[in-house]
Design a protein around this ligand. Structure first.
Ligand code: AMP
Ligand code: MG
Length: 509
């Protein structure tokens, strides 16, 4: 993605509400208790860190008429584009298992919605835009670190083909936010299919406002699952559809070693997009027990627990819908239970077919699960880097000998590969594809580049300590093409040196 080139842009427009956006807001037209009307709190000295031209064009934003200071003003909340109807959304949520009846956008302001080039409705939201009715004790702001992290990881996820909220802009506010120390403030402009969460449903269900739950469910069906309008049991089907998208999403996380870190119900969208990149991280060495988040002491959201955590959240979602599903509570519960129970198999199937593709298989056989499991156990015992080792397997398929020797050399117990590989080889031999074809298809699902934690930290440190955004820019560029071997950028594919390893991540809120 090219960096913004403003050299040929026309002179700045007037400071009146700038054109460029075609907002068509539907959430702000819902009942008043769904949100609080609220503008962003202006900031001292906004400066554009990055503007995502490609995404802006996809959203149909006429950004070419806007110069960098104007973009900085808009995406800091200092200047309202015409048609915006700023609101903070109400929601609740189960946080680490505990129900909190009121959360809501404590630092995010939804400017409005646009219809993108493919006809999809997308939210444009400023995160870090000041205090709202839902801020509780918080300052409503974001520090530059979490903003850069969310920008990098969200965009990297998208490039990896994983559903995720996107980053349209990052703006420095010119203000200091106080965390464990004073840090430069920033605002992220987030783009989402919508910001409706499981916690949004819980907000109304907890208030026994069944009318609002129904209104919200109908809104979500209209916006995300329009085919369900004609269904005989639309609310049960809504649960089934959300479960299906979550199964696919979490499977795709597991395929690339992504750990979300805070899978609370307020951080689970009903659209099926990954949202909130607070303490998230990609695993380096493969270990299903991996936990990064400093606030996840018991490992509730560790790598291996992500599928059951999603299922648990879906059960909370189901509870909010039960009264809409059937007037007979027992029948409703039985139907919902069946959907929730089915999630495990549905996830397993998606996960396994993705893992088989990572091993280069085009078909499925009964023993494939065993082959995959043996490989994962080998990787864990040998402290293999999850990403690099799968990528080396692509080379092993294509080039054999030397590439396999390199793979073996990276293992603690090289003999284990010699034991496992013949099984794999004989399985591959039962398919007609050439080694070249197989390697090519493997390289489309086994990325070379992931947003490694130590690289993110380096980019953030340069921004904080030296006001230097070059490492962020370069990392962002590399991560935009994760499946290509990029000459000259090999260092970004490498696992961290022991001293570089990041063992813990922080919400930074
Ligand atoms: P998160 O951990 O980012 O998912 O946020 C959980 C809740 O805390 C949400 O209601 C957020 O809006 C709120 N929150 C997080 N950080 C802040 C902040 N700096 N100021 C106000 N509210 C916040
Ligand atoms: Mg959140």
């Amino acid at each position: 993605m090219p960096q913004t080139d403003f050299s040929e842009l026309p002179s700045p427009p007037s400071r009146a509400a700038p054109p460029g956006f075609a907002f068509i807001n539907s959430y702000a037209a819902l009942p008043a208790n769904f949100f609080s009307r609220q503008g962003p709190v202006p900031v001292a000295n906004p400066r554009l860190i990055r503007f995502n031209q490609e995404l802006a064009s996809e959203l149909g934003i006429d950004w070419q008429v806007l110069d960098p200071p104007t973009l900085a003003s808009i995406f800091s909340g200092n200047l309202m584009p015409s048609g915006a109807e700023p609101i903070a959304m109400a929601y609740a949520g189960h946080q680490f298992g505990q129900f909190v009846p009121q959360l809501g956008d404590g630092r995010a302001i939804l400017l409005g919605e646009v219809i993108d080039r493919s006809g999809m409705r997308r939210d444009i939201q400023l995160k870090g835009a000041g205090r709202t009715a839902y801020s509780r004790g918080g300052d409503g702001r974001a520090a530059v670190g979490p903003v850069l992290r969310e920008y990098l990881v969200g965009e990297a996820m998208h490039a990896l083909g994983i559903a995720a909220t996107r980053a349209l802009a990052a703006v420095a506010t010119g203000e200091t936010v106080v965390r464990e120390r004073g840090l430069p403030g920033a605002i992220l402009t987030r783009v989402a299919a919508s910001h409706v969460r499981v916690g949004t449903f819980e907000y109304f269900a907890a208030r026994r406002d069944l009318g609002a739950v129904k209104r919200l469910a109908d809104y979500v069906i209209e916006r995300h699952y329009p085919d369900l309008k004609a269904a005989e049991h639309p609310y049960l089907e809504l649960l089934r559809s959300v479960a299906a998208r979550q199964a696919k999403l979490v499977a795709s996380w597991m395929h690339v070693g992504f750990i979300h870190g805070v899978m609370n119900t307020d951080n689970m969208t009903v659209s099926g997009e990954t949202i909130d990149f607070g303490p998230c991280a990609f695993m380096d060495g493969y270990d299903p027990e991996t936990v990064f988040s400093s606030i996840d002491g018991v490992g509730r959201y560790k790598f291996a627990n992500q599928p059951p955590a999603a299922q648990w959240n879906l059960a909370r979602f189901a509870e909010t819908l039960l009264p809409l599903m059937d007037s007979d509570a027992n029948r409703a519960a039985a139907a919902a239970n069946e959907v929730i129970a089915a999630f495990a198999d549905q996830f397993e199937e998606l996960w396994l077919s993705g893992m088989c593709a990572k091993l280069g298989l085009f078909t499925r056989e009964a023993e494939d699960l065993e082959l995959v499991s043996a490989w994962l156990e080998l990787m864990q015992r040998n402290q293999c880097d999850y990403t690099l080792t799968f990528r080396r397997l692509c080379d092993a398929v294509e080039a054999g000998g030397a590439a396999e020797a390199q793979l073996c050399a990276s293992l603690v117990h090289p003999g284990e590969y010699q034991q496992w590989a013949p099984r794999w080889r004989s399985r591959l031999a039962r398919e007609p594809q050439t080694a070249k074809e197989r390697a090519a298809s493997m390289r489309k699902v086994n990325p070379a580049f992931i947003p490694r934690n130590h690289r993110i930290e380096q980019a953030i440190t340069a921004a904080i300590e030296r006001d230097d955004f070059a490492p962020f820019e370069e990392l962002q560029l590399v991560l935009a093409r994760p499946f290509e071997d990029q000459k000259g950028f090999e260092a970004y594919a490498a696992a961290p040196q022991p001293a570089e390893r990041v063992l813990q991540t922080f919400c930074g809120t």
